[in-house]
Ligand binder design. Structure first.
Ligand code: LLP
Length: 376
């Protein structure tokens, strides 16, 4: 890391290939019979997707752009599953041109449009299990109040529409939410799926989604998921995102000063434009100093953006820094870069990967030309 700091300008994201590999191995060992569709929204760098392709992982996408990216990385249309609640006619027409992936259908409207414009497609119907999922409100997709999925009572109607519309229904899909840590939520979700499969099945596929929190051990979940798929005679599909990549990445930032209002601040060159999660979900990312210092103090880490909410971490114990010292914000491999923005014309940062031998550049820091390229 010191070498990277010496060579590259901060802020940057740094990933570790070995960690990615070992997280995937943990998942594959826990679920040896499952097909893994990596939720590429967590981190869509081509350099990461190509590795996952080599390791026999498929992709879960949620936009036309992600499908383009998946194909560009070398995935075939049978290896990509496109979810998401809105698929416009323009999107479906473009899919017809570039290759129609497996489609996750989210409503009756979605089903009718797909059967009209892409008859013959292979589809899954996403269920809203209507459960009180325990996670941040923004991430609780399996609650009855969320916009996602088809309510259990409506599955029959949408299924009939899909079959009438000449779609090949592979099975049902549930994604309970994200950053989940309670096994009971999964078990409750599985019970809803079991009932629906008994009512409307059999189906070839059972897609139990992703959402695995970092403190959730996949091995503790696997026996019930695997047993369920076996009882139902279906292939098990999973869509982990965060679990595979979060721990494999850090955001490295330098400290350009300290200041004291009623709180102690370190002033960083990374902020909400580079890591939105603390601001959007009150997410807490561990921080480690990449410098030495004697006096420990409690700090808030402030970004450069003109918003008081632009704070990457609060109440962190760190040694007093010198100007230009660096720190690493951990668990930034998932939803760090992918949710970064050009707010205030900050260019997208550099992204590098340690492959065991050297730092590979996965994405260069965005140039000024690229930043302004699309404007007239
Ligand atoms: N499958 C579906 C249908 C999803 O919507 C998602 C995430 C996943 C799988 C993967 O979930 P994961 O295993 O990564 O939890 N930006 C938020 C997370 C949003 C997740 C949206 N959907 C964050 O930074 O926490």
């Amino acid at each position: 890391m010191q070498e990277a700091l010496h060579h590259f300008e901060t802020p940057f994201y740094a990933y570790d290939l070995q960690t990615l590999r070992s997280r995937l191995t943990q998942m594959q060992q826990a679920f040896p019979s499952a097909e893994i569709f990596y939720a590429m929204k967590a981190n869509p760098r081509l350099g990461i997707l190509r590795r996952l392709l080599e390791w026999d992982v498929f992709l879960e996408a949620v936009s036309l752009g992600e499908v383009h990216r998946a194909y560009r990385a070398g995935f075939k249309k049978t290896e990509v599953l496109l979810n998401g609640p809105v698929k416009t006619p323009a999107i479906l027409q473009e899919l017809a041109e570039i290759g129609v992936p497996i489609l996750g259908l989210d409503s009756l409207a979605d089903t009718q449009r797909v059967s009209q414009l892409l008859p013959g497609s292979r589809v899954l119907l996403r269920v809203n299990p209507d459960l009180p999922i325990a996670t941040h409100d923004h991430l609780a997709t399996g609650r009855g109040e969320s916009k996602f999925g088809i309510m259990p009572d409506d599955v029959e109607k949408v299924l009939a529409a899909a079959r009438r519309g000449n779609l090949e229904v592979l099975g049902l899909h549930v994604h309970l939410g994200s950053a989940l840590s309670h096994l009971e939520d999964y078990h409750a979700g599985y019970a809803v799926m079991e009932q629906l499969y008994r009512q409307h099945g059999p189906f070839q596929v059972l897609n139990l989604g992703g959402g695995f929190g970092l403190d959730l051990d996949p091995a503790s979940l696997a026996p019930s998921a695997i047993a369920l798929a076996e009882r139902l005679g279906a292939e098990l599909w999973l869509e982990p995102g965060r679990y595979l990549v979060a721990e494999a990445g850090v955001l490295v930032s330098k400290i350009w000063g300290t200041k004291h209002t009623r709180r102690n601040f370190m002033l960083l060159d990374a902020g909400m434009m580079t890591l939105l999660r603390p601001m959007l979900y009150a997410a807490e990312h561990p921080v480690i100093p990449l410098y030495k210092g004697k006096k420990m103090q409690v700090w808030d880490l402030a970004g450069p953006v003109c918003e008081s909410g632009d704070i990457l971490a609060r109440d962190v114990q760190l040694p007093t820094p010198k100007e230009g010292d660096a720190l690493a914000i951990l668990q930034a491999g998932a939803y760090g870069s992918s949710m970064s923005s050009n707010y205030l014309d900050y260019p997208r940062p550099l992204e590098i990967l340690w492959n065991g031998l050297e730092w590979e550049v996965l994405r260069r820091k965005q140039s000024w030309e690229a930043l302004f390229a699309d404007e007239i």
